[in-house]
Write a protein that binds this ligand. Structure first.
Ligand SMILES: Cc1ncc(COP(=O)(O)O)c(C=O)c1O
Length: 576
């Protein structure tokens, strides 16, 4: 049915067709004059509601109501202005199902998750609840091995003299630098801990910062500090240039087509929450499915549980084999017409498994499903080209790639960023605000409400420039050798069990030892200046798959040496 367009919207005090098209066009790329067609209008209005662009669709619906005389449109418009969620429920026919699913649906989703992950444990909602980790009483390190303490101490001292890059590290070349030069770039490596040189093997938790990043932060705060994008003064221009240069650096580092595809966020966790709430949640209906893997960090599980709980969607889990590799055949079988999104890690933070992201993306796309790759543990270790990979989203944290904490990046293809609703509202993300409606800036600003971590973004740019100046491909090659050596040396220690033996591994050398509490081991190693992480590493599902509640996790990075591994192995042999 075509509705006459004879009533001029302006005469009714409504926006003109041009204004409306300008508003709607920003959010609805295929918007055309057909908004005046009631059926199309209803459909497109729903699309806009779903995206949460309340002001725009509210305006569109008002206009449609005025022109068509359909009261329903006006109701939708009014509701939209009052409350996005209410409007959403108002036009979803089975809206009661949404609330019905929020809590009871949780245990159903949980059952499915556990079933597809091959768990035997009963499917109860509480099995996914956050559990507090029992405080660990660390036994005194002297109690660990008393027999030949003096001899061991002597051997450790000898080995220790090789840690810190004084011997072979001058002859190892990684890209444009020797390993010794790289180590010199990181001032914190000159620290001593418990009278031993620091051996930093907690890179999975956070990496150390090179002098160039520290200097860049200092330069920013000394010469460039200002808020960005606002104000006509020189300092605002300096900080904006520095901030936007950093965005370009991120785009180049991961092969993004444009810096407009890069949103600055606080880190991986915020990036995944943003995608879950701003892009995926609006498209979910009860029974829809989200695929993650058993390898995921809690940051790539909990946000999906939150949106699943709110919409009645369910989470399905890609299983892994005994070595910790994803079962790609099983992954493909998880897809159904209800699959709406896939979110998988590039590298497991516990097992170090490198997942076959090219296949994961291709299979998701073959089913018409969008995918996010969590690059938190890959960005510092593996070259990434998001364009070649064709992933829809790629996310990472700055602090895992030698940059400051509190900054990270979300890459999104242009179309998904356009479709996503804003995550936070506020300054910086708007083009125009009245009390009736807001026009948002396009991505990336649409997702950067408020004042971000400007100096840290600049620091992130400096960290990526540092890596590029060495060569990320060469870094990957060197670290690959280091991981292979670490697996070999730790694997030789009696009573030590490596957890995660995938063929393609990066960084992590997780293990447990017979008769030793993991926290005791961590404390013991700290006594020798070796920093490793112990615990569940925010990845309880994969650990429980192995029947464990925690592991000791040494994680390697660019400045670690073969001597670091010898030193670690020596210390661990004392415990075996
Ligand atoms: C694989 C993975 N994803 C996500 C995260 C969360 O990162 P962040 O705490 O920096 O947001 C981590 C952190 O360890 C991780 O290892």
């Amino acid at each position: 049915m075509t509705i006459s367009n004879s009533v001029a919207p302006e005469a009714l005090g409504l926006p003109s067709v041009h204004e409306l098209e300008a508003l709607a066009g920003q959010y609805l790329q295929d918007f055309d004059g057909s908004i005046l067609e009631p059926d199309v209008c209803a459909e497109q209005t729903e699309a806009l509601v779903t995206r949460g662009d309340t002001a725009v669709f509210g305006t569109a619906a008002s206009k449609a109501a005025a022109v068509s005389g359909f009261d329903d449109f006006q109701k939708i418009a009014d509701e939209a202005v009052r409350n996005d969620d209410a409007a959403y429920a108002g036009i979803v026919p089975n809206s009661s199902a949404v609330s019905e699913y929020t809590i009871p649906g949780f245990s159903e989703a949980d059952a499915l998750v556990r079933q597809s992950a091959g768990f035997n444990a009963p499917a109860t909602a509480s099995s996914w609840e956050v559990r507090s980790y029992a405080p660990v009483v660390v036994s005194k390190t002297e109690g660990l091995n008393q027999t030949s303490a003096a001899a061991q101490e002597k051997e450790v001292r000898e080995l220790e003299s090789t840690v810190g890059g004084q011997t072979g590290n001058r002859s190892i070349v990684v890209g444009s630098k020797t390993l010794e030069q790289i180590r010199q770039d990181f001032p914190i490596l000159r620290e001593t801990v418990n009278n031993h040189p620091l051996v930093w093997l907690d890179n999975g938790a956070t990496t150390q910062r090179p002098q160039s990043v520290i200097d860049r932060l200092s330069y920013y705060y000394t010469h460039e500090n200002s808020n960005v994008h606002r104000g006509a003064h020189t300092m605002a221009a300096r900080s904006t240039d520095a901030y936007e240069d950093a965005r370009k650096t991120v785009a180049n580092f991961i092969g993004a087509p444009s810096s407009d595809n890069i949103v600055f966020v606080r880190g991986t966790t915020e990036a995944i929450n943003l995608v879950a709430h701003a892009y995926v949640k609006p498209m979910l209906r009860p029974g829809d499915e989200i695929i993650v893997s058993l390898l995921e960090h809690h940051a790539n599980i909990v946000p999906w549980q939150l949106v699943a709980g709110e919409t009645g969607a369910v989470i399905k889990v890609i299983p892994v084999d005994a070595d910790g590799q994803l079962n790609i055949g099983a992954y493909e079988k998880l897809f159904t017409p209800k699959t709406k999104f896939v979110s998988v890690t590039h590298v497991s933070n516990v097992l170090g498994t490198v997942t076959p992201v090219e296949e994961l993306v291709a299979i998701a796309h073959a089913h018409g499903v969008r995918i996010l790759i969590d690059g938190a543990q890959s960005i510092a270790h593996i070259p990434v080209n998001v364009s070649a990979l064709d992933t829809d989203f790629f996310v990472f944290s700055g602090h895992k790639v030698y940059a400051p904490t509190g900054i990270g990046a979300l890459y999104g293809k242009s179309d998904v960023l356009d479709q996503a609703r804003p995550y936070h509202g506020g300054g910086n993300m708007i083009a125009d605000v009245t009390f009736e409606r807001t026009i948002y800036n396009p991505a990336p600003n649409k997702f950067e409400a408020g004042t971000g971590s400007i100096g840290d973004a600049v620091g992130l740019g400096a960290a990526l420039n540092y890596l590029s100046s060495i060569g990320i491909h060469e870094i990957a090659r060197y670290e690959h050798e280091l991981v292979a050596y670490g697996m070999q040396e730790l694997g030789r220690i009696k009573g030590l069990h490596l957890i995660g033996t995938a063929k393609n591994k990066s960084s992590a050398l997780s293990f447990v030892m017979d008769g030793r509490d993991i926290h005791e081991i961590g404390k013991y190693l700290d006594g020798y200046g070796i920093a490793v992480r112990t615990g569940h590493h925010c990845a309880q599902p994969i650990l429980r798959h192995y029947g464990l509640e925690g592991v000791v996790r040494p994680t390697l990075a660019i400045y670690n040496t073969f001597e670091d591994i010898d030193y670690l192995a020596k210390a661990l042999r004392n415990l075996s």
